[in-house]
Design a protein around this ligand. Structure first.
Ligand code: NAD
Ligand code: MG
Length: 394
């Protein structure tokens, strides 16, 4: 069997590194064609030494120059490219079969859209891009034959529990509800009155998963679960009132699908992203992921509780944005990205995140989002307004 050609957008991040760890277990199945990152020269250099891709892409010219000279000195023939245009080109190379979309945030939108336009199989981790432009992604995919495979653990769990032969972008036969599980994050038991005192360091400690900083803060506000409700709605064609969230602190059940007859099917496993990544890489086959096996007797107890939407307002903001439609999900996402970045830079406090997003959503929820231009405009306006509000100390 000819190995599948792989391009990883964001190979130096948490998902990117986990993807390479699975690929390393199956050298006969996968050939790495392109690896990309923002500016992490050292990590990308190490990855190029091991996987010897034909191309590496960085966003900053000086970083690209440094990487190229290090690789040339080492006798490695990887060609280093630079910038957004090159990023958009490597995803559509004929030798690339699968594109792992693992850039964080809106920065992943254009390269992922290009991969969809080129009809590739997309292993989608970059939920922000789907939330911004879900309808455009799915319409383009149905035109080009691109397939979207969900890497996000909850959506991968839902995907695994769907009827045989199911493909994303369509409504599954016989399914009545989607139930997303949430760990509850590090502040599940923290009183709302103490939210003002939460520092970036505290918010970056996730109880079950080791991930990039942005998504870790999103888990702490429960915005991550809100974004995932929108992600599930887009991928599986469900309305806001057909998707539930249940807090499950052990993160063993990764999500559930409810069928019309009352059956609920769940996917279980240790909280290790190599499992959904391996599932997507080999789909529809199964391969080893390297993850530790789940022992139910060791876990012993699985518990569930409803989310506290009064304490974690971001979750209800996301439901509202999904319900409002148009550019509201794009605006929610953009405002959240700016707010989280500012919180990490200690320019605003944790408890301000939802209130700022709510104000921005109220201003721009009604913008249209029918084309890429309209989506990018909504994203830009929401970012500027959020930034202004933070500067003004709102
Ligand atoms: P990360 O911060 O660890 O890595 C991000 C990657 O994107 C890095 O390789 C970085 O170099 C690259 N990048 C960042 N900004 C860029 C830019 N402007 N242009 C080009 N490249 C850029 O993030 P992560 O935790 O791996 O998450 C990646 C995506 O996957 C996010 O959308 C996240 O929500 C989603 N996701 C992550 C996890 C997880 O376990 N980490 C789980 C589910 C979903
Ligand atoms: Mg998730």
């Amino acid at each position: 069997m000819k190995p599948s050609g792989i391009c990883i957008l964001g190979s130096t991040g948490s998902i990117g590194q986990n993807t390479l760890a699975v690929i390393a277990l199956h050298p006969e199945r996968f050939k790495v064609i392109a690896l990309t990152a923002h500016n992490s020269v050292d990590t990308l250099y190490e990855q190029c030494c091991i996987f010897k891709p034909a191309f590496a892409v960085l966003m900053e010219p000086q970083a690209a120059k440094n990487l190229q000279s290090k690789l040339t000195q080492q006798g490695i023939s990887t060609k280093v490219l630079c910038g957004l245009q090159d990023l958009c080109e490597v995803v559509s190379l004929p030798e690339v079969d699968k594109v792992v979309a693992a850039i964080v945030g809106a920065a992943g939108l254009l390269p992922t859209l290009n991969a969809i336009k080129a009809g590739k199989q997309i292993l989608l981790a970059n939920k922000e891009a789907l939330i911004m432009a879900g309808d455009l992604f799915l319409a383009t995919a149905s035109r080009t034959g691109a397939t979207l495979l969900p890497v996000d653990s909850e959506h991968n769990a839902l995907f695994q529990c769907m009827p045989p032969g199911y493909q994303t972008g369509s409504r599954p036969q016989g399914v009545s509800r989607l139930i997303l599980t949430a760990s509850g994050g590090p502040f599940l038991k923290t009183a709302k009155s103490a939210f003002k005192e939460i520092t970036p360091e505290m918010a970056c400690q996730h109880p079950n998963w080791k991930m990039g900083k942005k998504i870790t803060v999103d888990c702490a506000t429960l915005m991550n679960k809100g974004l995932e409700v929108i992600e599930a709605s887009k991928l599986f064609c469900f309305n806001h009132d057909e998707i539930d969230v249940v807090v499950h602190p052990q993160s063993v059940i990764h999500s559930l699908v409810e069928y019309h007859d009352g059956s609920q099917l769940a996917q279980l496993g240790t909280p290790d992203m190599r499992i959904p990544i391996a599932n997507c890489l080999a789909w529809p086959e199964r391969i080893a992921s390297g993850a530790t096996r789940l022992s139910l007797t060791q876990v012993a107890e699985l518990t569930f509780l409803p989310p506290d939407v009064d304490k974690f307002k971001c979750l209800s903001l996301a439901y509202n944005a999904l319900c409002l439609g148009k550019a509201a999900p794009t605006v929610l996402n953009a405002s959240n990205e700016v707010a989280v970045q500012s919180f990490l830079q200690q320019q605003m406090c944790f408890s301000q995140i939802p209130s700022i997003i709510e104000t921005v959503l109220q201003t721009f929820y009604d913008l249209a989002a029918n084309s890429l231009e309209e989506i990018l405009l909504a994203d830009k306006l929401a970012r500027e307004r959020t930034f202004d509000l933070i500067q003004a100390g709102a």
